[in-house]
Every structure is written in C-alpha cells, then in structure tokens.
Design a protein. Structure first.
Length: 509
C-alpha cells in the first residue's frame, strides 16, 4: 500500500538530511504540517507568516528538489499559514495518495516498502503547529508580531543535479584550468578566486561545474547556504519585488540574495540591456564581497564583450579569476562516450567511439546527442528486427548519417529511406519490401515510395523496379500519400519530420 501524505512527508524529511543541516530539518519537523497531497500539489501549513517567509527564502529550493525527486515527477509545493486554510486532517484516504511516488527513481518497490516499514508510526491527526519558534536563527524576533504582509513569489532557482560532480567531470587540457579552479572555489571559498567567472560556448561543461560546486559544498560543508540560479531568474525575482511597490518585498529580495555563502549565477550575458537589474546586482555583488561570500558566474563570452553592460560591473566580473573552458578534444570526447556507454550498459565498440568522437567535436551536447540517437535507434531495431550482440560500425554510421557534417554524409539512397521509415513506424524493413498488407505496413510502404519520388527524384518506373511493383501501383501510392498530406495536418507533420531526419535540414517543408 502506498504511503499517505504523512508518510510521504517523513520520506521528504529523511532525504533532506542529505542536503541541509540537521537543525534545519528539525525546524521543518517542528513547524510544518503536511495538509494534503494529490497528483499535482503538496500543501504544507505553518503557524505564522514569518515562518512561511523564512521557509520560502531559505529552504524552499532544497525542499522542492527533494519532493520532485521522491515523487518521480514535478509536484508543486504550496506553503499556507494557519490563517489561510482551515485545519484539515492530514490522514488521507487511499484515493488521495500520491500515485507518482511509485515512479521514484532512487528506490525500488521492495526498497521503498522496507524503508516505510522502518518509519515511526504517524498519528492519524497531527499535533497543532507550535506558535513558538525553535532556537534556529530565522528572522528577527520582532517580525513574529507584525501583521501578514505581501510576499515575494518564490523562484526556487535551479534544482541541483546530484549526478553532476567533480568525480564524473572528464578533465583534459581544454578544461583543466576551469576544473581545478572550480574545485578550489568549492573547497576554499572567497579567496583569490572571488568572483570566479567561467566563460565559453554552450555545451562545454560550464553548468556541470556549477552543479559540482553546489554538490561539493553540500557534501563537505552542509552548514553553508548555496543559491544557484540563472540571470533570468534573478531578473524575474527583482521585477516581482518591485511590482507592488512594497518595501517589504524589496527587503525579502535582498535578504534572499545577500544572506548566502555561495551565489552562483548562470548566463550573466543576459544582464545586458537590463539597467535596473544591473543596478541591483551591483549592490548585491558588493554586499557579498564585503562579507567574504563566494560569487560564481558563467557566461558565453569575456566580461568586456558582454553587450550593453555597465563598466563598473565589467570591472568587478574581471576582478577575481576569469577562466575559459574550451571545446573538448578527441580524448575528452572519447572518454565521455565511454562513460555514457558504461552508465547505460550499452555495447558501444572502440571503432564506433572513434567515429563519433572524430565527427562530433563542437561540444559535449553534440556528442551526447549522437550517443542518444544510437541508443534509441538500436533499441528500436532490437525490438523490430530482433538484433543481438554489440552495435557495428556500419550501424553507427547509418544511425548518425543525417547528423553528420554535410561534407561527411553518405548520399541519400532508398535503403536509408526505408530504414528511417521502418524505425518511425516500428516495422521490419523486410515487410516494407514484401507483400504483407496490414494497414500499418501498407502505410509505411506507400510513404517509402512517396519519399523515394520526392527525395531521390526517381521515376515511377525506377521506384516500381526497386519495390518489385508495377509503376501504376507506385503512382497510386504517391497520389494517395499526397492527398493525405493535404488533408491531414498531423500526417503532414510526420512526413516533414521524416524528411528532416533524412536530409538533416530544418528548413524542409
């Protein structure tokens, strides 16, 4: 039987001990009651408005990340005060349980059952929320007696990906300096590397290093507070703090960004042209540096090359350590492919790894995209054609034909068209060329004939010869597919998708 909302909350608290301090978990245990949960939302209740403000400003990022992780899917978290909702029993009926919990990635069903069996029994009706704060330095005491006020909408930042660590970051000459500097910042903040500015093109590992810093801090110095977000999220928070002309909102905003040990901002190039945001970030930046707090930023260019940004910000971005991360070399790309193949238990041979590493070299995202294409296509062929054994170099080349640089692509032919359609419709290519007449196979065959006419510019007689059909059959198939394209928007999109896959051109209509 799946756990009710109380059991789910106990799991959340247990997982949070891996991310935040024991004192903070105790505060949650004491001050927060789970009210209800369904497929889309987990509702929590606190006693006073200042409890809600402190929770949203200090623990919400970690709380939301753990809820999503343990639920196995995004699940909104709402914080309500006692005055905003009527007390509701947190003991839910079976129909109110949380089905996505069965999709939790980190636990098997057996492990989950064993884990829940060890949890302390939760009383059917939760105790009343204490009105006295525990000895955790939350907000100034006088705020506990102030009336409810407008509150800054919660922007939780970027959930930390626990898989992005220093241990699994592949180091080579192009990124060695960025890696070593990021690790130094994580181990000894606010030294000569403050601020720490990493720049380079997209897909080279900048964001991986940001996650790695966060993961290292949380593992080795969990008492440190970390806030990691994009420049766009910072801007949105700032706009929200101004929208109601409420001085309290401005104060909440400043407390959120200035009371941290690490502030990590991704893609600061987007601060350009935003004068008000630049002004606020300038003061936030100075405040953190004055109190020896670590600032880490990523960008796709040097600080002085950011368009329409104030000189005083440019000079501060450059005042610490500025490091470039360069495109991965052959060795890094090969090692990354081996890492991906090992993680997926996928039999990718050395010849295939060499082929991919030689042809996909701009960034790691292109390498990963190529690997995922092979993984997906080979899996489909295993199901449809009952393939066994490791993938061959020829299969690798076939699967990646349309992703290769144009000067390295194999010329399009009928076999490539049939292979793509067989994958799309999940049918055996031999049946496309055979005499089978089930509707799905007949459709795949007619689409193959149509695309041979469109993409190879073959005559109806040539197509008929290849498919061992009379040319009148080919004409009928071509006209039928053409008519369906003109009357069925969904089918038209399918054909356009297959064309793009075959010719590698996004402009295909």
């Amino acid at each position: 039987m799946l756990p009710n909302v109380n059991d789910f909350w106990q799991i959340i608290l247990s997982q949070l001990t891996l991310r935040i301090s024991t004192e903070s978990v105790d505060w949650l245990q004491t001050n927060v009651i789970p009210i209800r949960a369904d497929d889309t939302e987990l509702v929590l209740q606190v006693a006073k408005p200042f409890h809600k403000i402190w929770l949203e400003n200090n623990l919400f990022t970690d709380l939301q990340a753990v809820v999503n992780e343990m639920n196995g899917a995004p699940l909104a978290v709402s914080i309500m005060t006692a005055s905003e909702t009527n007390p509701v029993s947190s003991s839910l009926s079976d129909s109110s349980l949380i089905p996505p919990l069965t999709q939790t990635l980190s636990l098997t069903q057996e492990e989950r059952s064993a884990y829940l069996a060890k949890l302390p029994e939760v009383p059917p009706t939760p105790p009343a929320v204490p009105t006295v704060s525990p000895p955790l330095p939350v907000l100034p005491t006088e705020q506990s007696t102030t009336p409810a006020r407008a509150e800054l909408p919660v922007h939780t930042g970027i959930p930390i990906n626990q898989e992005y660590t220093f241990a699994n970051f592949i180091v080579g000459k192009p990124n060695q300096m960025a890696f070593a500097s990021a690790k130094a910042v994580a181990e000894a903040p606010a030294q000569q590397q403050n601020p720490f500015f990493i720049y380079g093109k997209s897909g080279l590992g900048k964001t991986h290093l940001m996650h790695a810093i966060c993961n290292h801090v949380r593992t080795h110095t969990p008492e440190k507070t970390v806030l990691f977000l994009t420049s766009e999220q910072f801007t949105n928070d700032f706009i929200s703090s101004l929208s109601k002309r409420d001085i309290n909102l401005n104060q909440q905003f400043r407390e959120k960004y200035r009371n941290v040990d690490y502030l990590l901002i991704d893609d600061v190039q987007f601060f350009g042209k935003k004068d008000g945001t630049q002004e606020e970030f300038f003061h936030t930046f100075n405040e953190l540096l004055n109190y020896s707090k670590q600032i880490v930023m990523t960008c796709d260019r040097l600080p002085e090359d950011i368009e329409e940004i104030e000189n005083r910000l440019t000079s501060r971005f450059s005042a610490g350590l500025v490091v470039e991360i360069k495109p991965p070399d052959f060795e890094i790309r090969s090692a990354y492919l081996q890492q991906l193949a090992t993680a997926e238990h996928f039999p990718l041979g050395a010849d295939s790894i060499q082929f991919i590493a030689e042809n996909f070299y701009q960034n790691m995202r292109d390498v990963e995209k190529a690997f995922n294409r092979i993984l997906t296509y080979y899996g489909i062929e295993q199901q449809t054609n009952h393939l066994t054994g490791p993938i061959s170099l020829e299969q690798t080349k076939e699967y990646l034909a349309d992703l290769l640089p144009k000067n390295k692509r194999k010329p399009l032919d009928a076999e490539m068209i049939i292979a793509e359609i067989a994958r799309f419709y999940k049918v055996d290519r031999k049946k496309i060329l055979g005499k089978s007449r089930p509707k799905n196979i007949a459709t795949a065959r007619q689409v193959s004939m149509y695309l041979c006419r469109e993409l190879l510019d073959w005559s109806f007689t040539q197509i008929g010869s290849f498919f061992s059909r009379d040319h009148t059959t080919i004409i009928y198939a071509y006209e039928k597919i053409t008519k369906k394209i003109n009357t069925d928007t969904s089918f038209k999109e399918e054909i356009q998708h297959m064309k793009r896959q075959l010719v590698g051109d996004d402009s295909v209509q």
